[in-house]
Each structure stands twice: as C-alpha cells, then as structure tokens.
Design a protein around this ligand. Structure first.
Ligand code: HEC
Length: 185
C-alpha cells in the first residue's frame, strides 16, 4: 500500500515540476525503503511469535512433562550440593542452566490452549492456566528471573549464596504449582 502511494507521489512531482525535485523523489524512495525494512522486521517478529511444540495436545503434554521432569532432576542435583550430600558445583551449574533454559519454553511453547485436565489424559494442568493467563505468565517469568540469578550465583563457589538462590527457584516452582497444577493422587 505504501509503495503504491509512493508511486503516485513520484509521478506527481514529475508532472508538476519536471526534473527539478529529483532530490525530493530520492528522499521519498529512501523513506519508502526504510518503511519496507520496518515491515520486513515486523514480519520476522511475527514469525517468531509463540509456537506450540506440536499441534497434537498429547504430544505437547508429553513434551511439557519431560521438560518439567528435567527441571525436577536438575533441582535434585543442586539440592545434593546445597545439602552437602554428594553433589558437585559442576552439577549445580549444569542444573541451573537446564532450569534457566527450560523456563523460557514454558509460556511460548508448552502450554497452548486445550491441553490441560479434561482435554489430555493424565494432564495435571489446571484450566485456571488459561483463565488466568497473565498470572500464569508471571509465574513463568518469576522462574526465568530466579533461575537466571541462580546461573550467576552458581558461577561462584559460594555454597551459602547458592543455597539461598536455590530456595528462590524452589519457591518459583511451588508458586506456579500451587495455583496451576492439580497433582494426581
Ligand atoms: C509457570 C508454571 C510452572 C512453573 C514455574 C513450574 N511448573 Fe512444574 N508444572 C506446571 C504444570 C501446570 C504442571 C502439570 C503439567 C501437566 O501434567 O500437563 C507441572 C508439572 C511438573 C512436574 C510433573 C511432570 C510429570 O511427569 O507429570 C514436575 C516434576 C515439575 N512440574 C517440576 C517443576 C520444577 C522442578 C519447577 C521449577 C524449577 C517447575 N516445575 C516450575 C507448572 C509449572
């Protein structure tokens, strides 16, 4: 649309003022090119918008549970270090990275609509997730930030600081589960 407008602009200049306003035409062309570039950027951003891991709800749920389990395993590794029960600082660093990476997948790809309790057999995802989406998003963001901080703290060898931040991450897991996960009996 903007390009059509541009063409009209250019031909208007030509008919009314002959060769004189070449500079204006050039500026118009530059402006149009910039607009085109902006559109292209907007298009790319659109292409990167949230995509579920699959269009099959059962596959999404499997992938979600796998990701959650990987975070659970990571928490165990970190806990073993924090409690001095045979864990290592490398385990902490690995675990923190796993959680941090997984946290970024929660909202964009692991919880598309219609993939919870009543829709997918054995899912523990409560319908409140989709009714209170902003709160759910916040709970995911909380884990993104607390786990990022854990990655930073884990770069040190400071067991007390790691223990403290590990507690923050644990609260971020629990904060979401309390509201949005219905544990199977
Ligand atoms: C933003 C919300 C949210 C956060 C944050 C979150 N979880 Fe979950 N988690 C869920 C939901 C919802 C389910 C149920 C998913 C289902 O069964 O469909 C779940 C399920 C699980 C499960 C069970 C998986 C299975 O096999 O059924 C484990 C283990 C788990 N989470 C661990 C964690 C750990 C550890 C953390 C923190 C490091 C965490 N979760 C953070 C929402 C969250």
């Amino acid at each position: 649309m903007s390009i059509r407008e541009g063409e009209i602009c250019v031909s208007n200049f030509k008919t009314s003022k002959g060769h004189e306003p070449l500079d204006t035409i050039r500026r118009t062309v530059i402006a149009l090119t910039a607009a085109g570039a902006l559109l292209a950027v907007a298009g790319q951003a659109g292409a990167q918008s949230p995509q579920p891991v699959s269009s099959d709800p059962a596959v999404v749920t499997q992938e979600r549970e796998k990701t959650m389990k990987s975070m659970g395993d990571a928490m165990k590794k970190i806990s073993a270090y924090v409690k001095n029960e045979g864990g290592t600082i490398d385990g902490v660093r690995e675990g923190a990275a796993t959680i941090q990476q997984a946290s970024h997948k929660i909202v964009p790809s692991l919880f598309p609509a219609d993939t919870g309790i009543g829709k997918v057999k054995d899912s523990e995802a409560k319908p409140e997730i989709w009714k209170q989406w902003p709160q759910f998003q916040q709970a995911a963001q909380k884990l993104e930030s607390t786990s990022a901080e854990l990655v930073t703290v884990a770069a040190t060898d400071d067991r007390a600081a790691i223990a403290k931040q590990f507690g923050q991450v644990g609260q971020s897991c629990g904060g979401c589960h309390d509201n949005f996960r219905q544990k199977k009996e």
